[in-house]
Write a protein that binds this ligand. Sequence first.
Ligand code: HEC
Length: 102
Amino acid sequence: MLRLVLPLTLIAGVAAAQSPPMAGEGLRLSRQWCAACHAVSRDMPPPAGDAAPSFPAIAAAPSTTETGLRIFLQTPHANMPNFQLSRAELEAVVNYLLSLRP
Ligand code: HEC
């Protein structure tokens, strides 16, 4: 039993240790790709023209789900330029957005 539990604990430990850097990467990508139109963090004032909801507001909306965000960001959007985010980048941005949940 111990032989099975130990590796699992190790894997869980590694995954947990990686989540803050992932969120940091998401913030970096959001600043790079999204900040022209969205306020991407609580301390960032909304950019001029407030057509796009802020990331904290998106995160707080009850309708926001992880799946919904993934689909949204992989689908061409009328008002948003087409992003060429890699899978890992998409993952990071979605994780970051969800980390803003109140
Ligand atoms: C060129 C401006 C622009 C950029 C850049 C942009 N967005 Fe948007 N985004 C908008 C606008 C405008 C809306 C709201 C309009 C709409 O929903 O039709 C929106 C809506 C959204 C929504 C849906 C919000 C809701 O109400 O559910 C999400 C999620 C989102 N953007 C994420 C992102 C992410 C992540 C990035 C960066 C990878 C990004 N956007 C970059 C303009 C932009």
